[in-house]
Design a protein around this ligand. Sequence first.
Ligand SMILES: C[S@@+](CC[C@H](N)C(=O)[O-])C[C@H]1O[C@@H](n2cnc3c(N)ncnc32)[C@H](O)[C@@H]1O
Length: 222
Amino acid sequence: MRFLVAPCHAGSATTPSAGSDLSDKLLFLRSFAAHPRRVGAVLPTSRRAVESMLAMAELGQAELVAELGAGTGSHTRAILSQLGARARLVAFEIDPAMAATVRERLPDPRLEVVTASAEELEHHLDGQRPQVVVSALPFTSLPAGAGTAILDRTARTLAPGGVLLVLQYSPLITSELTRRFGWVRRKMCLRNVPPAFLFACRDPRPADDGQDAPGLASGPSS
Ligand SMILES: C[S@@+](CC[C@H](N)C(=O)[O-])C[C@H]1O[C@@H](n2cnc3c(N)ncnc32)[C@H](O)[C@@H]1O
């Protein structure tokens, strides 16, 4: 398996995502204080990290995109800006206040915000398979079983040739990804608080091919 570490674009480590303002940050902080393991970060993802992550997919070609863990909409807004006019984005956010904020901020007919766990992914896609799934879920701190269930469901739901993008704050998820996908690339973005590991995963393995994945070597970061 190939391994890539590449810098994200230059920029301020604290640069907020487009559209992210003080009220977004306060909402994020409140949600983190109430559910630290579920939210997994104290601030929305930086614009640089979002751009660097989304650059690993062909969003302009996608007909259906799923977002897992929309938060206050850092990725949602950027995804919509790259989607075609007839494409759809189904964004899952388990926190009702955050989901309502995204709905209110981004009144776009291509967007459906689902206030539900990403574990229900398959039930909200009308039988369609997404070409791109974008996740900023804190997999390593979710309740036992939830993260692996979401990864399993995502791997079997992706359209042929599709890609899963994952943002994490540690490389711990790597073996779970390489166990499920035959092609995994990783890069780091230091221009985020905290620094982010960005993964692109393609070629889901058959469900019964759950081979143990080799670990990834570490490398230089930006
Ligand atoms: C690290 S935040 C990322 C938010 C946003 N995408 C960003 O990058 O700023 C993770 C988000 O996932 C949501 N979340 C956690 N578990 C979830 C689940 N099972 N299904 C859907 N959303 C979930 C949290 O409420 C939180 O908003």
